[in-house]
Design a protein around this ligand. Structure first.
Ligand SMILES: Nc1ncnc2c1ncn2[C@@H]1O[C@H](COP(=O)(O)OP(=O)(O)OP(=O)(O)O)[C@@H](O)[C@H]1O
Length: 342
């Protein structure tokens, strides 16, 4: 529910310059959090200014339901962390939202426009991109070649653009310049002619992020951006993710490390067995029993806390009372029956 309409405006306009201008006075994190401040911690809750809205999206693999999301809204200009145990359906949901996989049912929109049935490159061209692990084929390309592959909407691709090689060449030049700027920002400029396969795990993550930015996205989906990255580079990657928000982008990221999730998320969505089981600000998540159960299993082996012991004892005594009551009732009815039989 819209809390205070003021904070949503800068991030909500989607106007890059406007959001940067306002950011000088109000750090985007504060804006994103203020916009979500009065949103209740309920699954499927409406957001003040949603950029992505998912409705009834399901994906089955044989008999397994990998994704079954009834309703999910992603707030514009914020960082949303998507968490959940292994196999919860996080990557499958990313694949569906970006056109890399097709759902069995459902629809989802980006800025009010349906993305269902669109191929990945069309989704990217509209402004929704995701990062991938670098495949073998891309490892055999240089860092710069990878960057240029990430560029979208080259004029040379269109019929009229192809008729004007001059236009195409100037586009190529500006793509190369843009790639160099991004590589410098991610400290990969010295590696531009190296094969991507020779980069360290952390540098590959940086390259994935840099490449995604070549298409000027509005929504960036990062699948485990910190996995396999050494601690020193983790801090730098976290900084880069926060920078995306500074620039007015919306970030959705999958992450297992809860410290990272707490550090950078404005909102957290928890999935388990394909469904969204909880959503709220980071501080709400560890208090949520459904989340604790999903991670630990309802009957985990860890020692019980005092509160858990009290709850288990209370449940046990209620169960005993119920049993005694039932037994009493059975005894009563048996006695009555025996009386009748006599
Ligand atoms: N192509 C596929 N064919 C069959 N089953 C699949 C396929 N892709 C995913 N699954 C299954 O769907 C479920 C959800 O998988 P998914 O990879 O989306 O989970 P996840 O939350 O991303 O897990 P992780 O955190 O381990 O990456 C899992 O049970 C997985 O085995």
């Amino acid at each position: 529910m819209p809390a205070d309409p003021t904070p949503t405006e800068p991030a909500g306009s989607g106007a890059h310059a406007a959001s940067l201008g306002q950011a000088a006075h109000h750090p985007p994190r504060r804006l994103a959090q203020a916009a979500l401040r009065d949103v209740s911690w309920e699954v499927g809750v409406a957001k003040p200014d949603p950029i992505v809205v998912v409705d009834g999206v399901t994906r089955q693999f044989g008999g397994l339901t990998a994704v079954a999301v009834d309703h999910l809204e992603i707030q514009r200009g914020g960082i949303t962390g998507l968490i959940g145990p292994n196999g919860a359906g996080k990557t499958t949901l990313f694949n569906l939202l970006t056109g890399f996989d097709q759902p069995n049912t459902g629809n989802w929109t980006f800025d009010g426009r349906s993305l269902a049935d669109l191929a990945p490159h069309k989704v990217a061209r509209l402004g929704v991109v995701r990062t991938f692990q670098l495949t073998k084929a891309l490892s055999r390309l240089t860092v710069m070649q990878n960057m240029l592959l990430g560029a979208q909407g080259q004029k040379g691709e269109s019929f009229f653009g192809a008729l004007w090689p001059g236009t195409w060449r100037s586009q190529e030049r500006s793509n190369t310049e843009k790639a160099m700027d991004l590589l410098a920002r991610f400290k990969l400029d010295a590696k531009k002619d190296d094969f991507a396969g020779t980069l360290s795990g952390g540098q590959r993550k940086l390259l994935e992020m840099a490449r995604a930015l070549m298409s000027n996205p509005k929504v960036v989906m990062l699948d485990e951006p910190m996995a396999g990255v050494n601690p020193a580079l983790t801090q730098s990657l976290l900084g880069h993710v926060k920078d995306l928000r500074e620039e007015g982008m919306t970030v959705i990221f999958v992450e297992h490390d809860m410290d990272v999730v707490r550090d950078i998320s404005d909102w957290v969505v928890v999935m388990a067995a394909g469904r969204v089981i909880a959503e709220g600000p980071p501080e709400s998540i560890s208090q949520n029993q459904a989340v604790v159960d999903a991670y630990l299993g309802a009957h985990h082996d860890a020692p019980l806390t005092v509160e858990e012991e009290d709850r288990v004892l209370a449940e046990a005594s209620q169960a005993i009372a119920r049993e005694e009551h039932t037994e009493g009732a059975i005894l009563d009815s048996t006695t009555r029956q025996e009386g009748n039989d006599r």
